[in-house]
Design a protein around this ligand. Structure first.
Ligand code: UDX
Length: 436
């Protein structure tokens, strides 16, 4: 079947390439000509493991193509996905839906054959109804349906997540659209992917509820970690112990410097706005947003304390290992490193940093931070090394060599990648999260 993917950003590109890999005929559309030109030359606009190979393979096989022309791209497509950005609107935190609505309008104006228009972008409850209204108001005589199909892709693991999802959620309001969506996802059924059909509004709600719940889980274990440090417990053991209860589940219980990224911060805020609009507060999520925000700065203060407190720290140097919000991505959106670096600089600490993929995106966000070309270069002469992102390259780092390069052997492990006993045995003054 033919699928059109409007928006060739992270979600659109990964989803489009995966649909093509499953044998569908896919056209990815984007209004940015330079992005389309780069994609046609197999240059990926984002870093995602395996994506360049997946794209080039399917382009060669003739199943995947790119265009800036929406009218041409959607021609004959039975499913037209909207996968454009929904950034937080400046000022009020609402999701900005102008791109989604603009696409709906253009699709309506150019529709020639029956199609289901599917919102893949994360959109507030009720957006599907609005998309339907906009398309209907273009006066199109062509049969169309509107579906909601949220994505649950993790950056860095997006291809695997797409091909072997825990579940596929589809919100539809009629049997015809349901049939089309079933065809779209049929190739995944061999991987035993369960598909949940529900109403459009429930589907839109599922995405926000899922991300908010995961943000709650992370924030909960982060606070338990702080308490562990005070009472002398080990948060990793606590996480394991509670996670063995199937009702709780073992995933998303890694304590760290707070969640960041393109989804959790934005989606939790958008959920709060919806809750406010409907006068139905989600107080747990409100607390999570506040706790997570303050946690990022608290991590900076933790480093200042390790440098001897505000007076002693002034003029010293901290080396940040990792800047992206998590490994295997170049994404810096809402990364804890931004608040950590800022808190350190506010305290008069010099900051040097290295990240395997994120320095280009990070540099404009922290212009006073000195970016260097490697982990050892960063720590040489520094007074503290801080593991901010758990890149594999840092997990395997030679601790003896690290100690030798540092001015003072202070190691702060915000991702719990090292064994405390081992780090201390090697002579480090070592602190981590929720472990003493
Ligand atoms: C997330 C969701 O997982 C995905 O389903 C959704 O569609 C988009 O948002 P992503 O933002 O790519 O994906 O990253 P994820 O791996 O979920 O991590 C998000 C943040 O939480 C990162 O900052 C990560 O470091 C942090 N995290 C995650 C923890 O601190 N502890 C954990 O146990 C898990």
């Amino acid at each position: 079947m033919k699928i059109a993917m409007v928006g060739s950003g992270y979600v659109g590109l990964v989803s489009g390439a995966c649909f093509a890999d499953f044998g569908h005929d896919v056209v990815c559309i984007d209004k940015d000509p330079s992005k389309i030109e780069r994609l046609n030359n197999n240059i990926m606009p984002i870093y995602e493991p395996g994506l360049a190979e997946l794209v080039s393979g399917n382009v060669k096989a003739g199943r995947l193509s790119f265009t800036t022309n929406l009218a041409e791209g959607i021609e004959g497509a039975q499913a037209i996905f909207i996968a454009v950005g929904t950034p937080s609107r400046r000022g009020d935190g609402h999701a900005d839906l102008s791109y989604v609505y603009a696409v709906a309008q253009e699709v309506g104006e150019n529709l020639k054959t029956p199609a289901v228009i599917v919102t893949k972008s994360t959109v507030p409850v009720g957006t599907g109804d609005e998309v339907e209204r906009i398309i209907a108001e273009t006066g199109t005589k062509v049969q169309f349906g509107v579906a909601s199909n949220p994505e649950f892709l993790r950056e860095g693991a997006a291809i695997g997540d797409f091909k072997r999802p825990d579940r596929i959620v589809v919100g539809v309001e009629d049997e015809w659209a349901k049939g089309v969506m079933n065809e779209v996802y049929r190739p995944l059924f061999i991987n035993k992917a369960p598909i949940l059909f529900t109403s459009r509004r429930s589907s839109e709600m599922i995405k926000y509820a899922a991300n908010a719940f995961l943000a709650v889980k992370i924030t909960f274990i982060n606070e338990i970690a702080d308490l562990c440090e005070k009472v002398g417990g080990n948060v990793q053991d606590v996480a394991r112990g509670i996670g063995m209860d199937n009702r709780i589940g073992s995933k998303f219980l890694h304590a760290g410097p707070g969640y960041g990224g393109s989804c959790f911060p934005k989606d939790t805020l958008a959920l709060l706005k919806t809750a406010e609009d409907y006068d139905s507060p989600t107080r747990i999520v409100e607390a999570v947003v506040k706790v997570n925000d303050s946690r990022k700065r608290a991590m900076g203060r933790k480093v200042v304390d390790a440098l001897g407190g505000p007076t002693e720290a002034r003029g010293k140097t901290a080396a940040l290992l990792g800047l992206t919000f998590k490994p295997n991505t170049d994404d810096m959106r809402d990364a804890p490193s931004i608040a950590i670096a800022q808190t350190l600089m506010d305290a008069g600490v010099h900051v040097v940093a290295y990240d395997p993929e994120g320095m280009e995106a990070a540099a404009p966000l922290m212009p006073e931070v000195k970016m260097v070309g490697g982990a050892f270069e960063a720590v040489t002469g520094a007074d503290v090394a801080v593991v901010v992102t758990e890149w594999d390259a840092f997990r395997a780092i030679d601790l003896e060599r690290l100690k030798g390069a540092l001015n003072t052997p202070v190691l702060i492990d915000l991702r719990n990648v090292f064994d405390p006993a081992d780090a201390r045995a090697k002579g480090f003054e070592y602190s981590s999260i929720g472990r003493i």
